[in-house]
Design a protein around this ligand. Structure first.
Ligand code: HEC
Length: 135
């Protein structure tokens, strides 16, 4: 009896965490921006990686989210790894590398020229606050 209650409590507590780790259930300011990049002037390799980026990075949240977020290249490197390590991300090491290189190129050639129109990434605390407001 005691064990059954313990099990149920654990299952109830961990289910929302499990879901939260997979799909983003919050709307961030970046989600509301444009959901495309004009890549017509990008090098062929980056044009190819753009497809992989839009395919892989739209699984759990809008593709607008990364398109409208500005960060340093080091932060992108860390962020892509963080996204790859989420359960069921479906992103391999070589795909992650190609996506990172695309994001680094896009950061330099598009976002760094006009940083004020993009959103800085939010801290975990800021995201938790938005989640609480949107429930
Ligand atoms: C397995 C699901 C999943 C995949 C795949 C995924 N993300 Fe995310 N992403 C999340 C979650 C979860 C959050 C955190 C916000 C939240 O808790 O809803 C997030 C947040 C972000 C943010 C917000 C940063 C901030 O703090 O403001 C960016 C940018 C981002 N992801 C970029 C990417 C990129 C680039 C890719 C592709 C390499 C990607 N994501 C793939 C789940 C995912």
């Amino acid at each position: 009896m005691h064990n059954a209650i313990r099990f149920m409590t654990l299952a109830c507590l961990s289910a929302p965490l499990f879901l939260a780790a997979q799909t983003s259930n919050v709307t961030l300011p970046q989600d509301k921006g444009p959901n495309k990049i004009d890549i017509s002037s990008y090098p062929a390799e980056q044009q190819k990686s753009y497809k992989m980026f839009t395919d892989k990075c739209s699984k759990c949240h809008t593709i607008a989210r990364p398109i409208n977020t500005t960060m340093t290249k080091d932060e992108w490197a860390r962020y892509v790894k963080r996204m790859m390590h989420k359960p069921n991300s479906g992103i391999s090491d070589s795909q992650g590398k190609a996506i990172y290189e695309f994001l680094a190129y896009d950061q330099e050639s598009r976002k760094d020229k006009n940083p004020s129109v993009f959103s800085k990434s939010l801290s975990d605390e800021e995201i938790e606050k938005l989640k609480a407001q949107q429930q």
